[in-house]
Design a binder for this molecule. Sequence first.
Ligand SMILES: [Zn+2]
Length: 519
Amino acid sequence: MSITYKSIGLVMIAGALLLAEDSSLSAERIRAHTRFLASDLLEGRGVGQRGGDLATEYIATQFALAGAKPAGDGQTFFQKVPLIGLDAQPASQLSASSAGMNVDFRWGDDFVGADLTQRPSGNFEGGVVFVGHGITAPEYRWDDYKGVDVSGKILLMFTNEPPSQDATFFDGPALTYYGRWTYKYEEGLRRGARAVILIHTTPTAGYGWDVVRSSWSRETPYVKLEPGAKALSLAGWMTHDAAQRLVALAGRNVDDLLDAAEKPGFRPVDLNILLRAAMVQKVRQIDSRNVAALVPGSDPKVSGQTVVFSAHWDHLGIGTPVNGDAIYNGAIDNATGCAILMELARAWAALRQKPRRSALFLSVTAEEGGLKGSEYYAAHPLVPLEKTVIDLNYDAIYPFGRAKDVVITGAGKTPFWPLVQQIAARLNLAISPDSQPGQGYYFRSDHFSFAHVGIPAFSIGHATEFAGKPAGYGQTMWQEYNARHYHQPSDEFQPDWNFTALQQAAQFGFLLGQEIANR
Ligand SMILES: [Zn+2]
């Protein structure tokens, strides 16, 4: 049973005017935007592809029609995002030697990786040091590096975290950022390492080698390095078997190293192995863009402060055909989020009484390539980060009817948690926990680029329970979507979809953003 707008009005301090306007958020407009962005004409909204350019033009046009102000470069709705596409080639090779013995490793079968210095080819060599999980986490009193100088070294490590000692150690079953492979590369680079190679095991990674291999076997966009910026000469992964052959040169074995890495007294192990790398990759400049529109706040004292709403516009574009279909439409991922974003901008710009603080509507590029558009935004913000109050992100909302709950992982760690709870209660939405905290979903959409630079940020996610459906319906549909349609050409618009849940998700963000903007 959902609460009616009238009954919300009784409890809302801001009164009926605000309410009447907010209630104009329309499921049907969200449907129309989703349908257009997910149509075959948009060709899957690939980064560096025509469909992506069309999508960004459409979103900018909608922002303009809404009456929002251009917030991008030079009075436009666009922020240029210079990306470099890296596509590592099978000709890339690694070979290791120690005490007169030699082992070679083949691209794809044994290892994958990219040269993040963004060169087409490069050779280097270095000593291999095993650094456990590669984590320095003072708040959990864990340090795999123990102050050992690893500059110029090739670091070998496991992904994930040491196993939980108790419910608070590395947040118990939830994956912390220390467990993410992206952290491992960042920390290695901070310490001056030449390369970081992660040892793959299915339990520590959470997925099989085929997933690692296929995701590193296609072009991936990276934010173009600034002149003089440092980067890893190899950020990669190695199979368990290949890593076993590598460490066997030092008379070690992978499983013993993992055991050792799980103990707090662990210290880096210099394996006395020399690794030589010859990396070959296709390098392509991709000029992409974020779309940004502003609705200025009404109170000059605080209008410099800004609430950000975000949703990535990109999907996988035209790719390998599946059942004769090469267009990866990305209807749910993330035409739905963009549709909500445009509807939010329209409703916000239409408010007769604007909130005191400003609102920025930001549709970012290259999320599918690893949050690169939002990473670029966080490094080149259009509103100063210290004036950015929160980022509310939308990524893949399920159009399966009327939601009874909402998943908002990470909201509990922001100062807005009490307000979040109040608004959920007002909308009669239960707050459901992340059903797979070990998968680290919090780190896998664009709000995280904001959180990473210290801004309260989370995604307003999909529902797990729907009105009139069996218990756990959202979870069932989620599993089905993940198994059959996620990142497949079959993530297509369906005429029988019911967009009520998207209107609810929009309303949740709208009320939350408005309350924050008015405080
Ligand atoms: Zn997405």
